[in-house]
Design a protein around this ligand. Structure first.
Ligand code: ZN
Ligand code: CU
Length: 486
């Protein structure tokens, strides 16, 4: 009997650290990488020929809303097909736990399709994820917006009282103790927009104690972005937490080119405190349909509408013309709904992605009828379009921004590198052909060139379809911290 379960032979290893590609065989045993050795030196019960392919760590999607998709849709094809083996959930201030109310409000419905998937505490939620046996791993942030809905009911148009802050802080503290990895806020959204800086900083206090991270969909990504960055940095400092600014962008035509201001500001701040940010590789964003966002977008596509389901995928301008009304009026008639907004400058997107503080996150929204193509395309698009075709950065660096850098910033122990002792999360891809195929017209489409993907030693994607592996689980803060110490 061979010493290893699987040996990936003859590939070029991009080990995740940014080190130059090197030829090696990679052996897996159980859920771990057991050896990385000279080509031809290892033998396994199963061998995968990786000739002409790159052997990379499985990608880490640091910005997702896949909290309950892991339960409802456990093969996670939209992510496994891209080589993603871990998703960080609970971003933008919205998480499926802890949630003590019986109703699912509009904001929570962004990430929850079945009521049974929310949980009163984080431990119960993580147990639901584990019971679903997802193909890939999830790590979970607690949403400040979700905490607000618990503590303040529907009376959210104001900052929280001292007593409400205590309720939120205790819920966060308990969630972190049970395994959540941090807190996210979405001060841009109605559910949290009235919160003061003090409120968020006070609620976030337990992050310092537990070593949790703070991610922020900032209050403003347009005219007032610099102020919003200062606010975010202050919250991180006061909470004693490292910061990841979410989906960094300068939004709206009048703010095009302002990466020249924000990126140097990041560079400066990164010298003082732990700060990084995530970026998705597109000039369009996507979230709920909001009439105050219509003016700043060059084009708006509808991603879903409960009232008028037929409009998914269509241009709001055309819909308004057919309805014989303004875009604003049309938007009102479609609500509740979701939309894609073309509102960024291509040059800004590229300079953000290439900044030393940047990692890749999709921000895909899993339950949209006509989703943003980032849900299925983000990682192959960075590899194929931005790295190979536009040469924005070398392949090794592209991989690093999807793996070891991300794992480091989110404290995901022993993930993100092809190295003995690390988890057997692997993405095997063809560097010559890898590319996204999901488009704004046809967004549900698996990438090309992603050959084989393994998570915790099990094949989760192969030959263009799910591989059957279901060894993913909820990655808990305390387990990862213990393993980092060991
Ligand atoms: Zn967001
Ligand atoms: Cu988001």
């Amino acid at each position: 009997m061979a010493a290893y379960d699987i040996v990936i032979r003859n590939g070029q290893v991009a080990d995740g650290t940014g080190k130059k590609l090197f030829a090696a065989d990679v052996a897996l045993k159980g859920d771990r990488i057991a050896a990385v050795e000279a080509p031809g030196s290892l033998r396994g019960d199963n061998e995968i020929d990786a000739k002409g392919k790159v052997v990379a760590p499985g990608f880490i999607d640091v910005h997702t809303h896949d909290d309950t998709a892991l339960i409802d849709n456990p093969t996670m094809a939209m992510k496994a097909s891209q080589g993603v083996t871990t998703v960080v959930c609970g971003n933008c201030g919205v998480s499926a736990a802890p949630y003590v109310r019986s109703d699912i409000g509009h904001f929570l419905s962004l990430i929850v399709k079945k009521k049974g998937n929310v949980s009163k505490n984080f431990a119960a939620f993580a147990a639901k994820v584990d019971a679903a046996k997802p193909a890939i791993n999830g790590a979970f942030l607690i949403g400040h917006g979700t905490l607000r809905m618990n503590a303040m009911g529907d009376d959210i148009g104001r900052t929280a009282t001292a007593a409400e802050i205590v309720v939120m802080r205790d819920l966060l503290d308990q969630s972190l103790e049970q395994g959540a990895i941090g807190m996210s806020s979405g001060l841009f959204y109605a559910v949290a927009n009235a919160a003061s800086t003090d409120e968020v900083a006070e609620v976030a206090k337990p992050l310092g104690k537990w070593g949790g991270v703070y991610t922020a969909h900032m209050r403003d990504e347009g005219d007032d972005i610099l102020k919003a960055m200062d606010e975010t940095f202050e919250i991180g400092r006061r909470a004693g937490a490292s910061i990841i600014v979410s989906h960094h962008k300068c939004s709206g035509r009048s703010n095009f080119g302002r990466m020249k201001e924000t990126l140097p500001k990041f560079t400066e701040a990164m010298k003082q405190q732990e700060i990084a940010f995530d970026v998705y590789p597109y000039i369009a964003g996507s979230t709920i349909l909001r009439s105050d966002m219509l003016d700043r977008a060059d084009k708006v596509l509808i991603t879903w509408s409960d009232k008028v389901p037929g409009v998914s995928g269509r241009d709001l301008k055309e819909i308004a013309q057919e309805m014989g009304c303004s875009m604003r009026e049309a938007a009102d008639r479609l609500q509740p709904a979701g939309a894609i907004y073309f509102m960024m400058d291509e040059k800004d997107v590229q300079s953000a992605m290439a900044h030393p503080g940047a990692m890749i996150g999709s921000d895909g929204i899993p339950f949209d009828t006509h989703p943003h193509p980032r849900l299925w395309g983000t990682f192959p698009r960075v590899l194929g379009h931005y790295s190979r075709d536009l040469k924005l950065f070398p392949l090794e660096d592209a991989v690093r921004r999807m793996t070891s850098y991300s794992a480091g910033r989110f404290h995901l122990t022993k993930r993100g590198e092809v190295r003995p002792g690390f988890y057997a999360d692997i993405c095997l891809f063809d560097p010559a052909t890898v590319i996204d195929t999901a488009t704004f017209d046809k967004p549900i489409s698996p990438a090309r060139g992603i050959d084989t993907v393994l998570c915790n030693g099990q094949i989760v994607w192969r030959d263009g379809k799910p591989g059957g592996g279901r060894a993913g689980h909820a990655l808990k803060r305390q387990d990862m911290q213990n393993e980092a110490k060991a």
